[in-house]
Write a protein that binds this ligand. Structure first.
Ligand code: ATP
Ligand code: MG
Length: 241
């Protein structure tokens, strides 16, 4: 079994003929927590979508767990143990918490689904008291917890998360990143896109910085935090200190 869970080589991708990503090289080792940062519109979400079968691959290769999966459909990728928490619209507001969780496991038997829901509640106990409440009534932080919980129902080994702390209070931001780190401790490999770079990088093993649809820097996360030039440009100003 190779150390690499995900290996992306020269990925050019976008939406139909529109190219957004111009040759991305990126890898994630088994058990790693890897964070992607970069300015608005640089293609972070498009990259995550491309890994999850939601963008158009033009050139290059995506290898997951020893097999080339470029262009595969999302349901096949889910069957391989990949799960995804989108940046936007990641819960069904008109459904209750439990119904949202059940939507994450439509193909599971009732028994397995019940077990998986219990597991999700174990990771996110804050949701237990909200079981029958509509997702629309949840706070922003609770919604993100629900979205992550739903992604766990398929029992992924590899979780893709797109800005799960966006628009949350600092307390919730910390809680969410802590929970994601807990998931990594449970053996789930993490690829995270994050605006709250400083918070995420403290917990990450490695980081990639995207700009203009390319990787402009990659190193250990601690080195990104310590590099004054990168720090000033990518972690200063609008970012949390
Ligand atoms: N469905 C789509 N069809 C065509 N272009 C799109 C589509 N979705 C996004 N884009 C374009 O792709 C580019 C990259 O967008 P993307 O959402 O990947 O950036 P991002 O780095 O995630 O930005 P943000 O930090 O704001 O979330 C943008 O120019 C955007 O307008
Ligand atoms: Mg995005």
């Amino acid at each position: 079994m190779s150390e690499r869970l995900l290996e992306v080589k020269g990925l050019k991708a976008g939406y139909d003929a529109v190219r957004i990503l111009h040759g991305i090289d990126l890898h994630v080792n088994r058990g790693e927590f890897v964070t992607i940062i970069g300015p608005n519109g640089c293609g972070k979400s498009t990259f995550i979508k491309a890994i999850f079968g939601l963008a158009t691959h033009h050139e290059g290769e995506v290898n997951h767990d020893g097999e080339i999966v470029s262009g595969w459909r999302t349901d096949r990728l889910v069957n391989r143990g990949i799960s995804y928490v989108p940046q936007r619209d990641n819960v069904f507001p008109g459904l209750s918490v439990i119904e949202n969780l059940e939507m994450g496991g439509l193909k599971l038997s009732a028994e397995v689904l019940e077990f998986r829901v219990e597991e999700a509640f174990r990771m996110f106990p804050d949701l237990i008291s909200r079981t029958n409440d509509l997702a629309a009534s949840l706070s922003g932080g609770e919604r993100q917890m629900l979205a992550i919980s739903r992604a766990l129902i398929s029992k992924p080994s590899f979780l893709l998360l797109d800005e799960p702390t966006a628009a949350l209070s600092p307390l919730y931001q910390q809680q969410i990143i802590q929970r994601i780190d807990n998931l990594r401790s449970e053996g789930i490999t993490i690829l995270l896109v994050e605006q709250n770079a400083r918070l995420a990088l403290k917990r990450s093993d490695r980081a990639y910085i995207f700009a203009g649809g390319k990787v402009v820097h990659t190193s250990e996360a601690s080195k990104v935090l310590d590099d004054p030039e990168i720090g000033e440009y990518f972690l200063g100003g609008e970012y949390n200190h």
